[in-house]
Design a protein around this ligand. Sequence first.
Ligand code: 5GP
Length: 181
Amino acid sequence: MADKGRTHLKTLIRRSAIQKRVREVAQQITKDFKGERVHLVGVLKGACIFLSDLIREIDLEVSLDFIAVSSYGKDKQSSGQVRVLKDLDSSIEGLNVILVEDILDTGLTLSYLQRILLQRRPRVLKVAALLDKPSRRLIKDIRGDYIGFPIPNEFVVGYGLDYAERYRNLKDVCILSLPPE
Ligand code: 5GP
């Protein structure tokens, strides 16, 4: 069970604020791609909740695919090594692709994904991310086109984000502080 009642979880962004902002981001996408089709590529697993809320608010013809890359595992620090664990099911050539990420942190994952996806010649490649920690960026020119919330340098869980596969089902985005070992 997600033990939200315990002191190591502190709410950062409430469910109602997330819902409102996701709707705004979807409206912006709908406006930017008016009359066109968009192909959403969700980055598993963290983006799954954001993606499933976002897609239902986009008023366009939408198709969907997923890619999975190696993540932190049980560690809170990025190893800097990115690896594709599950590739896309179909070609993205000529499509309006929106890569849907949970959070932009150092930018290493996004930089890698942009590199491999651009080689497949989409018509455009945009990036939507629920959260952004700009102060942590190691790769300078990495940025999202549609950002839900900029956040401070804290480790967050909930609304799809995990720590060692836990807490993804929290409705709010919460700051996780682990007790010293
Ligand atoms: P980056 O490659 O930008 O450093 O990290 C991107 C990935 O690291 C995210 O997609 C996410 O899986 C993970 N990550 C970065 N910051 C956090 C965080 O605060 N909480 C969680 N749960 N994952 C994070």
